[in-house]
Ligand binder design. Structure first.
Ligand code: ADP
Ligand code: ZN
Length: 360
């Protein structure tokens, strides 16, 4: 098991990563000083795979445990579902010392975290992410939210968990398309911050895809460490944290225009390549760097070409999403593999050019 300490003042907490560590949950909760009731929030599939064993273990150790099930799907990341959870918490006599434990992917983590941040003005929150995306990205950094209307993550808070337990063995049951989606964030993190880790991914991608446990542990550990270090420096996203949005400006526009038919990871994968092409066209990133990114994204079974879709609508979505001044847009660009920065002055015409041409 590997441990990362996220240093966030009074909200500092540990992130534990390793195969089979779900079995250590009781020990880790006790070590963190969490002794009250535990409410597990999960979906029926994850409950069957991991939730029931987890509950049994906690009960054996003397914890009072209740499981609240949320149906699968992003639709449930809503105020309506949050309302139902507040109701169920009250029915189960949950008080200020009751911990809410999110067991699942980003949907469960965001929703349960939002409920934990607001129920009785905040109760202890535990993240137990079971998707690659949640282990490397959404469980870290304290952003919790529900969607509102058509807008993702519209209503939310910054609310740090008391601990994060990432059992890499749970990735063995994850569908391969979910693994690929998570790999987009893994590649993103390496590309913006750590060239050595990027080289590790180039060398070990086949083993990661084969779910080799030591490789998975290293991958989750390195990616989580990159995110935790960025969040430590800029918890509220006033500056540096924005580099985590690398690939997401065009990515979000693609997701919106496809009405979420194109998944987040796939949209971000293309967005990263487009942003690297913009960096190259501006003379900031060399061709070798662009090519390394393109090859790794392709090897991870993620798209390297713009999906067939309305380019005009994509540009409109992009403009809608961002503040534009004098036809210039803010963008995260790459200087080199492992080195990203925020540029304020990218010409919109350049973005348009890159979206239109399918090759460099
Ligand atoms: P993400 O973390 O990518 O946002 P979601 O929260 O949308 O993912 O979860 C994706 C789906 O994967 C859900 O339907 C969930 O039930 C399922 N799931 C999550 N973790 C696992 C796992 N370890 N094994 C199998 N299925 C899982
Ligand atoms: Zn993302």
């Amino acid at each position: 098991m590997r441990t990362i300490r996220a240093e966030l003042g009074a909200n500092s907490h540990n992130i534990y990563i390793g195969p089979g560590i779900l079995g250590n949950t009781t020990f880790l909760l006790k070590e963190t000083g969490l002794s009250g009731k535990v409410v597990i929030v999960t979906d029926p599939v994850i409950d069957g795979l991991y939730g029931q064993d987890l509950k049994r273990g906690l009960i054996q150790a003397g914890y009072k445990v209740t499981t609240l099930l949320v149906p699968r799907g992003e639709d449930n990341k809503s105020l309506e579902t949050a309302g139902r959870l507040y109701h169920d918490l009250t029915d189960n006599y949950a008080d200020r010392t009751t911990s809410i434990l999110a067991l699942g992917g980003g949907v469960i983590g965001d929703l349960a975290g939002f409920v934990a941040s607001t129920y009785m003005r905040g109760v202890p929150f535990i993240q137990v992410p079971t998707t690659l995306l949640a282990q490397v990205d959404s469980s870290i950094g304290g952003k919790v939210a529900v969607d509102h209307g058509q807008i993702k993550n519209k209503v939310g808070a910054f609310y740090q968990p008391r601990l994060i337990i990432s059992d890499t063995e749970t990735l063995k049951t994850l569908p391969s398309c979910e693994m690929a989606n998570g790999m987009a964030e893994v590649i993103k993190s390496a590309a913006i911050r750590n060239e050595r880790f990027f080289a590790f991914l180039e060398d070990n991608l086949a083993s990661i895809k084969d779910l080799d446990l030591p490789c998975l542990e290293e991958t989750v550990f390195q990616t989580a460490k990159i995110k935790a270090e960025i969040v430590e420096k800029d918890e509220r996203e006033l500056g540096l944290r924005a580099i985590l949005n690398y690939g997401h400006t065009i990515g979000h526009a693609i997701e919106t225009v496809s009405e979420l038919a194109i998944e987040h990871g796939k949209a971000v994968a293309f967005g990263m390549i487009a942003a690297a092409r913009i960096s190259h066209k501006m003379g900031i990133l060399d061709y070798a760097g662009l090519n390394r990114l393109r090859e790794l994204v392709g090897k991870a079974d993620l798209p390297t070409q713009m999906p067939r879709m309305d380019k005009v609508a994509t540009m409109q979505a992009l403009k809608h999403d961002k503040k534009i001044r004098n036809d210039k847009i803010r963008f995260v660009l790459l200087k080199a593999i492992g080195d990203a920065f925020i540029a304020d002055n990218v010409d919109l015409s350049l973005v348009e050019e890159v979206l239109e041409a399918s090759e460099t």
